[in-house]
Design a protein. Structure first.
Ligand code: HEC
Ligand code: HEC
Length: 631
């Protein structure tokens, strides 16, 4: 019973109810948001007692968000107490989720999407055992719902793709055929002795096709590719050329290029099939096809067993291939993939950054850091502050670490010497660079980066007609960036957003564009103090980290949501957010250990189930729906 009670979202403040929420709205909002003249058409008196809140989910959520952000009621209007505001937003959030979760977690539909370019490359590498980037000439992928390039919304197949895939497959097969280590994986049987040419081609394809399709072959499947072999032979190609021709046919099949789960046509949700689980796991944690062990466990029917899944997660995270997951996920989550692409610090102003080993060290630090956390099962809160990081010799020098034993040309985990202002994401030069303009820092961009990427509460987009920050005019007393920004915030319209965005960014002003520590800007000492909309004051990055530590639950929740979206390869629904609630409870219980996050994602309803035409799964998950037929 305890387990069931724990699996519900944390209760709202005791005694808080609809009547109190309505009293709050009447006192604080009705003056501007009522009836015909309601500002923005947003009428707070349209909420009705006893009606399901989900029916007006969007309006409730918007009201809570604006209050939470300190934007409503606006400056000048009588302000409710902080307590009253918090009680209100907390009640709205929990009530919405309790309602959504009470009706059960709905899993997503069976997945159908193309492998993205990164997955394609890794899969070809593992399938043929070749070390080349086979996907380099494929068109780039867009990003979907939560900003990841594995989102089903964006991954369809265009005619351009079809042609490029054939070229890529031929090139990769050709390369593999010339390298004996790859060739023995690709073509394990040759004609000769008692083995006829036809027997040999069957043997080759009987191994290759199920590996390529990531499931056992169906009747007639191998024979259909043997037909391609015959067609090639008829055109006077030799045995080897003809086998490679058939293999290229396999590699342009949608069965290879797509994650194509069998559709669930029943009304009920069901567990994903064994081979589907093998692929869900391996594309999540390795960005590539399942290995022999996952395929064996699928064959033995063990990939819906909770203990097996937990153990596999640990095994997979410890394998070298999980680095790719850390890289793909982290770089897209934090935006650091743009370093060297869309985001380039000014080379004239910051030549030190362009030393090749410094530049790559800076770019790699965030994902190598997450990789250490994942492999070592460290607390995820290390992302906010830590006494260690991952650097090589040159980056350690750039960070002024002094002498550290054992540093090498390759990055390793090191303990940060005291007083260096590093540790956690906020101490990393990559983060400072992606949230700056090429030639100067911007507390606005940095504040926006923290709100969006760490706290998961993106700032509203700026209005279109905002004047640019003017550079200092000749003859004027030089103004620091802070002074110039504070002028803007004197205007209440600007302040409604910027009092929220800028302060956290000011906390990072001691880092320049390329992340070096500095004490001055425009000849004046750096002032890195900030005041948050709720009145909290802090000073510098250390103060900012303390503020974020009090909000670690929000940060880890945001990370969990992002990672669940990445694991599912799609944007999240409200129902998926109930799954995040359960993941968060498990995380809080054990101090935010990294393995728990990944294990809970893998064990979650959305990860393990496929939606039926309209059924839901009780949150308790006691029912054991029918599993998909092994295909
Ligand atoms: C003094 C007048 C005033 C009061 C009081 C006020 N608002 Fe507003 N509200 C505005 C104005 C002006 C806007 C439009 C500008 C903006 O979006 O910031 C707005 C916009 C909004 C929006 C966005 C509407 C949309 O189109 O998306 C929401 C939601 C909102 N307010 C909620 C609230 C809530 C909840 C309260 C009470 C806690 C409240 N407001 C109190 C003036 C007010
Ligand atoms: C609805 C929220 C919102 C409002 C209102 C708003 N801004 Fe902004 N502002 C933003 C966001 C978000 C950014 C970051 C834009 C980006 O990503 O480039 C921004 C960026 C800026 C910047 C660029 C900062 C830099 O470092 O160069 C300036 C200057 C600015 N705003 C001034 C203003 C002024 C002046 C007003 C009032 C007239 C105003 N803003 C009103 C959201 C807002």
């Amino acid at each position: 019973m305890l387990a069931l009670a724990l699996s519900l979202p944390a209760a709202a403040q005791p005694g808080y109810d609809f009547a109190r929420a309505q009293a709050f709205l009447t006192t604080s909002c009705k003056a501007c948001h009522f009836g015909k003249g309601a500002v923005g058409g947003f009428d707070v008196m349209k909420f009705v007692a006893g009606e399901p809140m989900l029916a007006q989910q969007g309006n409730w959520a918007r009201a809570a968000l604006r209050v939470k952000n300190g934007e409503m009621p606006p400056k000048g209007a009588p302000a409710p107490s902080l307590d009253a505001k918090e009680a209100f937003t907390h009640w709205v959030d929990t009530s919405l989720r309790v309602e959504a979760c009470a009706t059960g977690i709905t899993p997503g539909r069976a997945m159908v999407r193309r492998l993205n370019r990164t997955e394609y490359t890794a899969t070809v590498r593992d399938l043929l055992n070749i070390p080349v980037n086979a996907g380099r000439n494929l068109p780039a992928d867009g990003a979907g719902g939560e900003g990841f390039d594995n989102a089903a919304e964006t991954l369809f197949l265009s005619p351009i793709h079809a042609e490029k895939y054939l070229e890529a497959a031929k090139e990769a097969l050709d390369y593999g055929n010339r390298d004996p280590r790859s060739r023995s994986v690709m073509i394990p049987v040759e004609p000769g002795g008692d083995v006829s040419e036809l027997e040999a081609v069957y043997k080759v394809l009987e191994v290759f096709v199920p590996r390529a399709f990531r499931r056992p072959v169906r009747p007639g499947e191998v024979a259909s590719y043997v037909k391609l072999y015959h067609a090639a032979r008829a055109k006077k190609m030799n045995w080897e050329e003809s086998v490679l021709y058939a293999m290229a046919g396999v590699m342009v099949s949608p069965k290879f290029l797509f994650h194509a789960e069998a559709p669930n046509e029943s009304a009920e949700p069901r567990l994903a099939g064994q081979y589907e689980m093998a692929s869900r796991l391996s594309f999540f944690l390795w960005g590539s096809m399942p290995d022999a062990e996952l395929m064996r466990l699928a064959r033995e029917g063990k990939l819906q067993d909770a203990e097996t899944l937990r153990r596999q997660v640990v095994r997979m995270l410890k394998a070298e291939k999980s680095r790719e997951f850390a890289e793909n996920f982290t770089e897209q989550w934090l935006g650091t993939r743009e370093l060297g692409r869309d985001i380039k610090p000014d080379e004239k102003l910051f030549p030190e950054y362009y030393e090749p080993e410094v530049m790559s060290g800076i770019r790699h630090e965030p994902f190598l850091f997450l990789h250490e956390i994942l492999m070592g099962n460290l607390p995820l809160t290390d992302l906010l502050d830590s006494d260690w990081t991952v650097v090589a010799t040159k980056l350690a020098r750039y960070y002024n670490f002094g002498t550290i034993e054992g540093l090498r040309q390759q990055p390793i985990k090191v303990k940060i010497p005291p007083g260096k202002h590093r540790g956690g994401l906020l101490g990393m030069a990559a983060i400072h660079a992606v949230s700056s303009y090429p030639h100067r820092t911007s507390p606005v961009l940095r504040g926006k980066w923290i709100l969006e990427n760490l706290l998961g509460t993106p700032a509203p987009a700026p209005p279109p007609d905002v004047p640019e920050l003017k550079d200092n005019h000749a003859g004027e007393a030089p103004k620091t960036l802070r002074e110039r920004l504070e002028l803007h915030r004197a205007n209440p319209v600007c302040a409604s957003c910027h009092s929220r965005i800028d302060p956290m960014g000011f906390g990072l002003e001691n880092y320049d564009v390329v992340g070096r520590w500095r004490e001055q800007d425009a000849g004046k000492p750096i002032d890195a103090r900030g005041v948050l909309p709720d009145g909290t004051e802090f000073d510098g990055v250390d103060g900012l980290k303390k503020v974020l530590a009090t909000r670690k639950d929000e940060v880890i929740r945001n990370l969990s949501s992002k990672m669940l979206a990445y694991a599912l390869g799609r944007g999240l629904s409200l129902s998926d957010r109930c799954a995040v609630d359960r993941i968060m409870e498990a995380l809080r219980r054990d101090g935010y250990q990294a393995h728990t996050l990944i294990q809970e994602i893998v064990l979650s309803v959305p990860f393990r189930y496929q939606r039926g035409s309209d059924a839901r799964i009780p949150v308790g998950g006691s029912a054991t729906p029918r599993e998909a037929e092994p295909r």
